[in-house]
Write a protein that binds this ligand. Structure first.
Ligand SMILES: *Cc1c(COP(=O)(O)O)cnc(C)c1O
Ligand SMILES: [Zn+2]
Length: 418
């Protein structure tokens, strides 16, 4: 695995004080973490948070995201609280797929119903430290729901830019009730992100998309939790983690936490799970890049899928995520909307309610098992990114229809006997 050694210039006085700095993944330039607001390098490269000291397992205590404060850039933040989500057994699916072990990490059990809360608790803490007064994001829905709740809790103005008509009802309701200003943009998610980045660059708002390197630090805790939970229950680490990919922030965050654990000696390189990304066939630039061996994905201008949370044609974290997939021995796969809905039903049949994008991981795993890419002796964790109630319309389409009956006992009995 490349880049295990953290290359940061620890003698830089701005960095050395806190033992934390920002570093460009392209040119290696370093910046102080909090003294100025910045999202990318002067060379336009993506920034990563770097630490002089990396934690091992015994540095973690408590529960949830802040259990892992030793791996985070700040010690505490506005917390609702987040993390400590269940790792479900799914015996029927495990048997159907013919796998040694299958677990579902249900991130829908976070306070606003998606993993985005993990990034927001850290990202909003950094925003407070920077003294900003307006937070903003572009969103396919869940980022806006999370930012609205954390912004409200922090007492900060929140601005969300959403693609008009393409955001699931539950997510829009959350942003609305938590008091964000909602701008419905005539365009897709990628257009919203272009606009909000321009606002952020000119200092009109603090950006909390996954381009913000601090948000990804919070999302690392998904990986830390999966490793600890799996190890505590099964005595080993999973061979593979399968996850839906939109902007590829989670893929980047998981890869980063694995690299940090390897660098600190907490994890052997051979124990790093293979990162396996799943996209909807109608929005699959990352899959295309992996299949064709490209260093940079091509921007898809027309994207469409029932899995609106991953309806993204220009994944901004691709430069961080593609090496993660390649260097952990993972892969990427595209699945049809039909396969996503089937997987959503299958998870619901085991009592696990997720929104369509979240079911993409299982749909992708099914596809890779059929192709023989994933072996029968593998131990796999599928990441379910958000809750069923986020998108009630999609759930209603995937589920059975209510049956109208008369308002009498007799009428109901007759109906049941039909
Ligand atoms: C944001 C989101 C994703 C995509 O995550 P990335 O880190 O952008 O790849 C997947 N599923 C759900 C439900 C999401 O809200
Ligand atoms: Zn740079």
């Amino acid at each position: 695995m490349a880049d295990l050694a953290l290359r940061g210039d620890r003698s830089d006085p701005a960095c050395a004080t806190a033992g934390t700095w920002l570093e460009c993944i392209e040119c290696g330039e370093t910046y102080p973490p909090f003294a100025e607001v910045r999202y990318t390098c002067d060379c336009d490269g993506l920034l990563e948070v770097r630490y002089a000291e990396l934690p091992t397992w015994r540095d973690f205590s408590g529960t949830g995201v802040w259990r892992y404060d030793a791996a985070l850039p700040v010690e505490a933040g506005v917390s609702l609280p987040e993390g400590a989500t269940p790792l479900h057994e799914v015996p029927d699916l495990e048997a159907e797929l013919g796998l040694a072990r299958l677990r579902i990490k249900h991130e829908g059990m976070n306070p606003t119903g998606s993993f985005k809360d993990r990034g927001m608790t850290v990202g909003v803490a950094v925003a407070q430290r920077a003294g900003v007064d307006r937070l903003a994001c572009a969103s396919t829905g869940n980022t806006s729901a999370a930012l609205s709740a954390y912004g409200a809790r922090a007492g900060l103005e929140t601005l969300v830019l959403l693609p008009r008509g393409k955001v699931a009802a539950g997510k829009l309701a959350q942003a609305s009730l938590h008091g964000a200003r909602i701008l419905e943009v005539d365009g897709n998610f990628d257009t919203c992100l272009d606009i909000v980045q321009a606002l952020a660059r000119s200092g009109e708002a603090y950006l909390l998309n996954s381009l913000n390197p601090f948000r990804l630090e919070g999302q690392k805790t998904i990986g830390l939790e999966i490793l600890e939970q799996f190890r505590d229950e099964e005595g080993s680490y999973p061979d593979r983690i399968v996850l839906p990919v939109g902007n590829a922030g989670n893929t980047a965050a998981l890869y980063k936490t694995f690299r940090e654990l390897v660098a600190s000696g907490a994890l052997a390189e051979s124990e790093v799970p293979a990162l396996t990304g799943v996209q909807a066939a109608g929005a699959a630039p990352m899959v295309e890049a992996i299949e064709r061996g490209r260093d940079e994905p091509r921007r898809w201008t027309d994207v469409e899928t029932i899995a609106t949370a991953i309806r993204i044609g220009n994944p901004v974290n691709a430069p961080k995520a593609l090496p993660g997939i390649r260097e952990t021995g993972g892969t990427a796969v595209a699945v049809s909307d039909e396969a996503i809905t089937d997987a959503q039903r299958a998870l619901a049949g085991e009592g696990i309610g997720v929104e369509p994008a979240s079911a993409a991981s299982l749909a992708g795993l099914r596809e890779l098992r059929e192709r023989g890419v994933v072996a029968a002796d593998e131990e796999v964790v599928c990441l379910a990114t958000a809750h069923l109630l986020k998108d009630p319309d999609a759930a209603a389409v995937a589920g059975g229809d209510p049956e109208p009956v008369p308002g009498t006992v007799e009428g109901v009995r007759e109906h049941l006997a039909e």
